[in-house]
Design a protein around this ligand. Structure first.
Ligand code: JHZ
Ligand code: ZN
Length: 417
């Protein structure tokens, strides 16, 4: 299990992040890639960006899929982290629905207390604030945390650790609901994080956790969602074991479309495992998701996609087409850097996030511009790097399409729409 040495840029793990076992088999090697959210500025053109190995492994002991390199979280998240949740309307709606459902189901009132781990810019907790329920956000990224403060979401600027949980608990903090969306997979000390959740949860509280699900990642070849921020790629089998180790029980799950296919986990101190979890455990067994063989062909499928996408873009370019990209997403960085999509193919990337505009994509240094640039330049094709928001993007870019523009969706197999 991870012991991050202060000041070290990265360490290679030889044991499982969850169970500590040493039977971990690498089944996908994506080479060395730069950090997906370290956008470069147009002026540091000559500087070499640090790149780290991106290898994915399966633990034979607890079934957890994980990358083997741990990059120092201070390098990954603390300084100029550009991801702000509030730039997607679909995500805002998804989060609001989640909160309204929980307020009703759990009968939350003014004296209830809700904590969110990795609360980002307050995109979720603001819905509780609006309902008069007390909240605390915890997030280590200063830009997003400051944005949360501005909209009235109190935010503690820190990484969530077992130690922070202990400190807060000693101050009398305990939660009816703990949210943790897209953060469990990001934490190097997986067990410390879960132990911290257990420490802060009231006896009748619930932790509501969202994480991308490993099955759609494999089935739909979403290999671009693999980058150094994502240390784990969870199955229900692996999650069930992880929580039980901390006397927490995965009692219910929901399947969500967000981020290419995610799970919402309802985790409690009381064991009352429902049919949704039991059925999924059964499903994973019958599909073999709990065994290494399921992952063996992934590398070949990924290679095929890479060749197809690169071939398609090169053919279009050779025919004289102009191509831009949509979404300076972290997953976009994996895609362009592993496929080798550079400025020879893509003129620019557009993104709504004002904190990303004016910067360049890591590695390939493709400039990021506001979304209006699509209508100004009217490229023939737009490669959709944020394919998980394709519906929202297509609706918003109806004018670009009406003028003859076409989108290229890279996964599960490249297609023009
Ligand atoms: P998006 C994020 O990854 C962040 P990313 C994080 N790494 C994580 O864990 C996963 O999600 C699960 C822009 N956009 O959210 C906003 C528009 O411009 O898919 C974003 O920059 N216009 C913590 O970064 C990017 O696209 C739009 O209409 O891979 C989308 O990035 C919409 C909808 C988005 O994920
Ligand atoms: Zn393990």
């Amino acid at each position: 299990m991870t012991m991050m040495i202060a000041g070290t840029a990265s360490v290679t793990e030889h044991t499982c992040r969850s169970c500590g076992g040493s039977h971990i088999d690498t089944f996908l090697k994506l080479g060395r890639t730069p950090l997906a959210d370290r956008l470069t500025s147009a002026s540091d053109n000559g500087e070499q960006e640090p790149a780290f190995p991106l290898n994915v492994a399966f633990c034979r002991d607890c079934s957890l899929v994980q990358i083997t390199e741990t990059v120092n979280p201070r390098i990954l998240f603390a300084d100029a982290y550009p991801y702000y949740s509030s730039f997607s309307q679909a995500l805002l709606r998804h989060s609001r629905d989640n909160v309204l459902d929980l307020i009703e189901r759990r009968g939350l009132k003014a004296d209830s207390f809700v904590i969110e781990l990795a609360s980002n810019d307050g995109y979720l907790l603001k819905n509780y604030v609006e309902a008069g329920i007390q909240v605390l956000g915890i997030d280590p990224a200063d830009g997003p945390a400051a944005a949360a403060g501005k909209i009235g979401v109190p935010t503690h600027l820190a990484f969530f650790t077992r130690e922070l949980a202990e400190t807060l608990r000693n101050e009398g903090v305990q939660a009816d609901v703990i949210h943790a969306n897209n953060v469990l997979a990001h934490v190097a000390d997986t067990n410390g994080f879960v132990a911290g959740v257990a420490r802060l949860l009231k006896d009748d509280g619930v932790a509501v956790i969202e994480a991308p699900y490993v099955e759609p990642m494999i089935e739909h070849c979403e290999f671009d969602t693999i980058y150094h921020e994502h240390l784990c790629y969870f199955s229900v089998t692996a999650l069930d074991k992880l929580f039980r180790r901390h006397c927490l029980y995965l009692n219910e799950i929901k399947h969500l479309a967000i981020h290419g296919g995610s799970l919402r986990l309802y985790v409690e101190k009381l064991e009352r495992v429902g049919a949704s979890v039991l059925d999924q455990l059964e499903h994973e067994k019958s599909r073999g998701i709990d065994a290494i063989d399921y992952y063996r062909d992934f590398s070949t499928t990924v290679d095929k996609l890479k060749v197809e996408l690169s071939g398609l873009l090169r053919r279009l370019k050779a025919d004289g087409a102009t191509i831009a990209a949509y979404g300076a997403a972290a997953k976009g960085a994996t895609l362009i850097n592993t496929v080798g999509i550079g400025r020879d193919l893509i003129d620019f990337v557009v993104d709504r996030n004002t904190h990303k505009q004016g910067k360049c994509m890591p590695g390939q240094r493709i400039p990021i511009r506001p979304t209006e640039a699509l209508l100004e330049a009217q490229p023939d094709y737009v490669l959709v790097l944020a394919w998980n928001f394709i519906d929202e993007i297509m609706a918003q870019q109806s004018e670009y399409r009406a003028r003859g523009g076409k989108f290229i969706v890279p996964v599960p197999t490249p297609r023009i729409v």
